[in-house]
Design a protein around this ligand. Structure first.
Ligand SMILES: N=c1c2ncn([C@@H]3O[C@H](COP(=O)(O)OP(=O)(O)OP(=O)(O)O)[C@@H](O)[C@H]3O)c2ncn1[C@@H]1O[C@H](COP(=O)(O)O)[C@@H](O)[C@H]1O
Length: 116
């Protein structure tokens, strides 16, 4: 996997498209970035702030609750752009939670694969 900091991510929370990351590698790249933020806790990183929040794990748990509600509301409104946006927020925060609990994408993949 490539260096997560080489893909244009910014500790300031800016998001840049990374055309060199193929679509099928996006989740792995994102998770690698999350793991990097967890290890290095750079200043200005929203992800790092979730790992060092004074509320502890409740910070990310609350975000998952909020993003779940926003996802449901977008679906009820049949707003597909909003549904996609809020789903991305939800998945991102879920991946932060997995990393916080020392789980990773392989654990998730394995669990899903066993259901085939
Ligand atoms: N994918 C994400 C990502 N998705 C959501 N968020 C943040 O999650 C927060 C969501 O909170 P809110 O819902 O309150 O945001 P909001 O914009 O006020 O409200 P909404 O309209 O989104 O509902 C915002 O601060 C978003 O910036 C993310 N922050 C970071 N990433 C990824 O993590 C990388 C590293 O980010 P930093 O840790 O900030 O460097 C980035 O390059 C991205 O790839």
């Amino acid at each position: 996997m490539s260096d997560p900091d080489a893909g244009g991510e910014s500790a300031g929370g800016e998001s840049h498209e990374s055309p060199e990351v193929p679509p099928e590698a996006v989740l792995d790249e994102l998770f690698a970035t999350i793991e990097s933020r967890k290890a290095e806790l750079p200043e200005g990183s929203y992800t790092a702030s979730l790992f060092s929040h004074e509320k502890g794990e409740n910070a990310v748990l609350e975000k998952i609750g909020e993003e779940s509600t926003e996802t449901i509301l977008a679906a009820k409104d049949d707003d597909l752009d909003e549904l996609t946006y809020e789903s991305a927020d939800l998945v991102y925060h879920l991946l932060v939670l997995l990393a916080m609990k020392d789980l990773d994408l392989d654990d998730l993949r394995e669990e899903l694969r066993e259901r085939f």
